[in-house]
Write a protein that binds this ligand. Structure first.
Ligand code: PMP
Length: 355
């Protein structure tokens, strides 16, 4: 068997030991005589998995008691709608920082629910190569919330600071950098993330919600997207994505045994640093994202020659470095290096770039 270094933007690599353990338990989870895929979500054995996973998640991200953690379905894209449906009712106004494709999709979704969605900042004119400074954010004083995407998966930029919004609840899409560094969760109203990059297989969406913000959903909000119902039912109003939650639990144990989120941050800095250092000294490759805004998860780069970029990705794949082509909207190359990417993968990429 030879495993590849998968630089996909997501779904992405999972720790090998997690896959091995799941393999061992595939027919008989801990003497239950069944796979986790087969068991009732109401069974004692699954509820134990669920509760332990939630407790580990809270411990790793230091989630305060003011907040609840939900394991939902519908992806991060579902949350683009759930956020306004649950929060916009306060004043009918919200502010969005448009720093990339997914922030823009969230902004467009929010406009379906209110005519008063404002652009607090946009990097569109500079092809989303930078993150705006705090002093460039334009706030609506009575906004129901301020929204930003913490890591722009396609453009390879990442917020290096937490926006200060005063009393306005802060909402963040952390799909592509959750669990990759410590976060002061208490500062946030809502954090959400599709888990398929840093934490689990595709299918579970994690939502962290300040409990006092729930309970104001628009009357037409579908019940599966109503935070108050999901808090009340502990994410089990309907069947949760059981298998994904089980793998999430195993990944969280792996994060714990590798230094927690601080350990993940060290690895992230090491991997991305290796690639950025090489890019900064290369005559052939360039990194479009501006220094100070660069992502530690998704490193984007170009040669300036589209044919050569395509050839780079296809030749790399032959060497077991797969999915290095940039997103179809922007071209070039992108190396997504999430939590489970070994440092050796980053080293192998740099060696291939040298070649
Ligand atoms: N937000 C970000 C930052 C993403 O990278 C993605 C997916 N690549 C999404 C949202 C959409 O996530 P999903 O496919 O889970 O809806």
């Amino acid at each position: 068997m030879s495993r590849v270094y998968n630089f996909s933007a997501g779904p992405s690599m999972l720790p090998e030991e997690v896959l091995e353990q799941a393999g061992k338990e595939i027919l008989d989870y801990k003497g239950s005589g069944q796979s986790v895929m087969e068991m009732s979500h109401r069974s004692k054995v699954f509820v134990e998995i669920f509760e332990e996973t939630k407790a580990d998640f809270k411990a790793l991200l230091n989630v305060p008691d003011t907040h609840e953690v939900l394991f939902l379905q519908g992806g991060a894209s579902g949350q683009f709608a759930a956020v306004p449906m649950n929060l916009i009712g306060v004043s009918g106004k919200a502010d969005y920082a448009i720093t990339g494709n997914f922030a823009n999709l969230a902004y467009k979704e929010a406009k379906k629910f209110s005519g008063n969605i404002n652009v607090a900042a946009s990097s569109a004119d500079a092809n989303h190569t930078f993150i705006p400074a705090q002093s460039d954010l334009k706030f609506t004083p009575d906004a129901s919330y301020f929204y930003y995407c913490a890591n722009n998966t396609i453009y390879g930029t990442e917020w290096q600071y937490t926006p200060e919004t005063g009393n306005v609840p802060l909402v963040s899409d952390m799909s592509s950098n959750i669990m990759s560094h410590p976060v002061d969760v208490g500062k946030y109203g809502v954090i959400f993330a599709g888990a398929q990059k840093n934490m689990a297989p595709a299918g579970v969406t994690v939502v962290i919600i300040r409990k006092d913000l729930a309970g104001h959903a628009l009357p037409d909000t579908p019940v599966v997207f109503d935070y108050a119902t999901m808090i009340d039912k502990d994410s089990m109003y309907n069947t949760p994505p059981c298998w994904c939650i089980y793998i999430l639990g195993k990944v969280l144990k792996w994060v714990q045994s590798n230094g927690g989120v601080a350990g993940m941050e060290e690895l992230k800095t090491l991997r991305s640093g290796l690639v950025y250092d090489y890019l900064d000294n290369s005559k052939l490759f360039k990194a479009p994202a501006q220094k100070g805004s660069r992502s530690g998860m998704n490193v984007t780069f170009v040669t300036g020659n589209e044919d050569l970029d395509k050839r780079f990705a296809s030749e790399a794949a032959k060497k077991g470095l797969i999915n290095l082509a940039g997103h179809r909207n922007v071209g070039g190359m992108r190396a997504s290096m999430y939590n489970a990417m070994p440092v050796e993968g980053a080293k192998a990429l740099v060696e291939f770039m040298k070649e």
